[in-house]
Design a protein around this ligand. Sequence first.
Ligand code: SF4
Ligand code: FES
Length: 249
Amino acid sequence: MSTAGKGGTITIDGRGIPFEAGQTVMDAALAAGIYIPHLCHRPGLTPHGSCRLCTVEVGGRNAAACTLPASDGMRVDSDTVALNAVRKTITQMLFVEGNHLCPGCEKSGDCTLQAVAYHLGMLDGHFPQFYPRREVDASHPDIVLDRDRCILCELCVRASREIDGKNVFAISGRGIHASLIVNAPSGRLVDTDIEVTDLAAHICPVGAILLKGHGFEVPIGQRTFDIHRVSETDRERLPLVRPDHVDDE
Ligand code: SF4
Ligand code: FES
């Protein structure tokens, strides 16, 4: 008999945890304080299943925890040597595919990609750098879009659509030709209806969407991942809302 649509218990790395009807393995893990590495997932937004960092093993098969519905009795392996090796390889590929120059990036210390790399013990990119040529859009008075660092997670796409009630961003193209585009005939951010108070302007896990005029407000050493481990799941259980951004002036 199918157990879909009912709550129950699943086991992650040998630990039994409850889940509610409709929850995914990721939902249940986060609710129980179990960290499964992830980049394209934020509670409160529709799961996307694109980064594959949350790959877990269930019944001898790999699946993305963020899109896999929990079902009663499911046994999940996550924190294994083999899965963490795959996650590290994915992270290395993300680093070499873009231009992630951490020492010169304003997001350093607040960047989830960087924090995940530390978590997984990544010491280098391993693969040859692509050094792609990507367009920077500094047309907006308050927000800069640096595609060099975009990992195509679509968090901004979903935040704009699902929380801000707009449709500012989209992904165009496929494979290594995929890129983030904005919804304006000119193709420039200034001609969209994005505002600095939009969640989409704040949700980027890397330094691809940044606010102008706020660089290095928080000193290195006092930033999110200088103080918190990426595995502290309680940081992610806060409801997603449009932030009250207040300028200094
Ligand atoms: Fe993700 Fe940031 Fe790229 Fe948007 S700009 S797709 S949030 S990495
Ligand atoms: Fe599950 Fe990205 S977090 S695929």
